[in-house]
Design a protein around this ligand. Structure first.
Ligand SMILES: *[C@@H]1O[C@H](CO)[C@@H](O)[C@H](O)[C@H]1NC(C)=O
Ligand SMILES: *[C@@H]1O[C@H](CO)[C@@H](O)[C@H](O)[C@H]1NC(C)=O
Ligand SMILES: *[C@@H]1O[C@H](CO)[C@@H](O)[C@H](O)[C@H]1NC(C)=O
Ligand SMILES: *[C@@H]1O[C@H](CO)[C@@H](O)[C@H](O)[C@H]1NC(C)=O
Ligand SMILES: *[C@@H]1O[C@H](CO)[C@@H](O)[C@H](O)[C@H]1NC(C)=O
Ligand SMILES: *[C@@H]1O[C@H](CO)[C@@H](O)[C@H](O)[C@H]1NC(C)=O
Ligand SMILES: *[C@@H]1O[C@H](CO)[C@@H](O)[C@H](O)[C@H]1NC(C)=O
Ligand SMILES: *[C@@H]1O[C@H](CO)[C@@H](O)[C@H](O)[C@H]1NC(C)=O
Length: 562
């Protein structure tokens, strides 16, 4: 089901209360979780979450104590699995709400690639797919998709006792808000006609359905109210999988609407986006499930600590100390926006050991108009998983090309760029590309290199002027100082601001503040915040490589309620 962290009435430093799991269990951009417990795999919990336009997509996390969570892979790890991700126009498009299940020694994911800018009544808006694996810990574990017809999203499989697979899903609510069901062949994608089974209780957008069979009842548990502050969990049940379904007498069974609890009070901005939280629930025989309200500390029985999980990805709140050593792959928690142009990235290329080389893309992070689906933005980032953190990288190699930047932000419509830019005359300072790309023009750039902080946001309430900081000329790179390194840092010391700082190692002194950005400008949509690096010609074909090293992320504080 979809739960959404939002509210923080009591601020306290994140700390693990001994033996008690704490929310959020998957902090940062981990929306629409679907979690299972698999006794056959060493009694492990697995969760999948939505990834929208991020690639690799559909992160899979594992835990054996509900406290220690590790990224073990991504169900979408190869661009060939889903080339149509390239066509997912708009920042709310892409992969929505996977359902993760285990059946007959196999893991399954059903999910929807949504083309959110297509007409709402166009069936091609929804590309529903099945992915499967027998071992989620292996590299490229998950199959190519089998596509199946379902007009709508949030598809979820249920295996009946005779082996028939029933799929529930959300019908496009703008057309007709209800939950549909059909039978599906998971091998071929052949399906029966979809038929309505429940309208929900009248809340906005009945969606995220899952069926559970218990005590002779088929329980249909869904989300209503949207993914924001009015989000709620409602349920209905039937003796027959085809209905009719009788609503629970006390719906909603769980909500943050109209409360001041963990998720109820508006925390604006929603800095870390939609996160995964856990709560305890009691479900007595023949009765409806009773959920504890979501809070910072999770109640219910606890499990013995098992802090070591197999797998290669990082634990959820672990720091990054990345050095990009020769022959290493890109760590699996690093993320592109849409499908990457793989040639734009190289780890430890000749002459530059322990660096990640980026080749600039013509497109910047806005793309041409922020709402197209152009791919090939040279960008790699990681999720912001703490309210307060420090993220920094070194740009090495000594030459400042046209553009060489660091980034905090969300989709094409919402990002804050902190860049090293070459602005050769004042006209260029409002960033109109003019003249040829500044390749092979090191000398002219050396005297016109600036740090620029630039906010792109459709939700900014007033214009956000660019901040320009001239880099001290004594430390400007030139061919005579080939190893000049610039460190750029993004930090958050509170929920409202990002602080952008820099240091040049050819000059003395520590980090200096270049300027600020507002978290509210990138707190929009269904996703969360990524922190990373990019290289772009801002509409020009630039070719100067950028070498990144010493990538650090350290969490400082998680702001949450008790
Ligand atoms: C998805 O890809 C297929 C095959 O390339 C193509 O026919 C179809 O139009 C694509 N769908 C969208 C929505 O782009
Ligand atoms: C669900 O709503 C539709 C109209 O939107 C109505 O025709 C149908 O009777 C409703 N079903 C139930 C079970 O209330
Ligand atoms: C929250 O309050 C509003 C206004 O009183 C009401 O319409 C809505 O049904 C309430 N939502 C829930 C989930 O109780
Ligand atoms: C959750 O909060 C609501 C509203 O504050 C309250 O009515 C309900 O009893 C609480 N549920 C539990 C299990 O404590
Ligand atoms: C959740 O756990 C706490 C104990 O930690 C317990 O008091 C409470 O009744 C539980 N709530 C539900 C709904 O099971
Ligand atoms: C948050 O941090 C920013 C940047 O350091 C600072 O200007 C602002 O005053 C801080 N806000 C609060 C409430 O401390
Ligand atoms: C992105 O590039 C376009 C040209 O393609 C340019 O007009 C725009 O100003 C750039 N945006 C940013 C934020 O640099
Ligand atoms: C960039 O290079 C491509 C391929 O060589 C070319 O088609 C395109 O016109 C160039 N664009 C610009 C803005 O120079």
């Amino acid at each position: 089901m979809k739960l959404f962290l939002c509210a923080l009435s009591l601020l306290s430093t994140y700390s693990r209360v001994l033996g008690r799991p704490h929310n959020p269990i998957l902090p940062g951009f981990h929306p629409d979780p679907s979690c299972i417990f698999v006794s056959e795999w060493d009694s492990t919990f697995f969760c999948a979450s939505s990834s929208f336009n991020a690639f690799p997509g559909i992160p899979i996390h594992a835990s054996q104590d509900l406290q220690t969570w590790r990224l073990i892979g991504n169900a979408l790890s190869r661009p060939e699995q889903l080339p149509n991700l390239t066509n997912a126009v708009g920042g709310t498009s892409g992969i929505w709400a996977p359902t993760l299940r285990y059946h007959n020694n196999e893991f399954f994911i059903l999910t929807t690639l949504v083309f959110d800018k297509m007409p709402i009544d166009d069936p091609a808006r929804w590309d529903n797919i099945i992915l499967r694996t027998k071992n989620p810990y292996t590299v490229n574990a998950w199959s190519d998709p089998v596509h199946f017809p379902f007009v709508g999203y949030d598809t979820s499989p249920f295996w009946s006792e005779d082996g028939t697979v029933y799929v529930q899903g959300a019908h496009p609510w703008q057309v007709s808000p209800h939950i549909d069901q059909m039978q599906l062949d998971l091998d071929t994608g052949e399906a029966t006609k979809q038929v309505p089974i429940w309208n929900g209780t009248g809340g906005l957008a009945p969606e995220g359905p899952h069926v559970h069979f218990k005590d002779g009842y088929y329980y249909l548990i869904i989300a209503e109210g949207g993914t924001g502050l009015n989000h709620m969990v409602t349920a209905a049940r039937s003796r027959n999988i085809n209905g009719p379904f009788t609503p629970a007498p006390n719906n909603p069974l769980l909500t943050n609407a109209n409360t001041s609890s963990y998720c109820g009070q508006s925390r604006s901005p929603h800095v870390q986006g939609r996160e995964t939280v856990l709560t305890n629930m009691t479900w007595n025989k023949d009765e409806w499930p009773v959920f504890e309200n979501v809070s910072g500390t999770i109640g219910g029985p606890t499990l013995p600590l098992r802090p070591s999980i197999r797998g290669n990805g990082p634990y959820t709140t672990a720091p990054d100390h990345l050095t990009f050593p020769p022959n290493s792959p890109l760590p699996i928690h690093l993320t592109h926006w849409r499908l990457p142009t793989t040639s734009a990235y190289a780890i430890s290329p000749p002459g530059y050991p322990d660096t990640l080389r980026l080749l600039p893309s013509l497109l910047n992070l806005t793309g041409f108009d922020a709402n197209s689906a152009e791919t090939g933005q040279t960008f790699v980032g990681r999720r912001q998983v703490h309210s307060e953190f420090v993220f920094s990288v070194d740009f090495v190699g000594g030459y400042v090309p046209g553009e060489e930047e660091e980034e905090a932000g969300g989709d094409g419509n919402h990002h804050i760029d902190f860049g090293i830019v070459c602005l050769k005359d004042s006209k260029n300072k409002d960033n109109k590309p003019s003249g040829p790309a500044p390749q092979s023009s090191q000398q002219s750039c050396a005297s016109s290199t600036f740090l620029r902080i630039r906010t792109t946001s459709t939700t900014a309430t007033t214009p956000r002027p660019d901040t320009l900081v001239s880099l001290p000329s004594s430390s400007n790179p030139s061919t005579t100082h080939p190893q000049t390194t610039t460190r750029l840092e993004i930090r958050a010391d509170n929920l409202t601001h990002y602080v952008f700082s820099y240091a040049r190692f050819s000059s003395s002194g520590g980090m200096r503040i270049a300027g600020y950005g507002l978290t509210e400008d990138v707190s929009w949509g269904f996703t969360g915040t990524l922190l990373g690096v990019y290289a772009t010609g801002n509409g020009r074909n630039a070719s100067t490589p950028v070498y990144v090293s010493r990538w650090r992320y350290e969490g400082v504080r998680q702001v949450t309620s008790r």
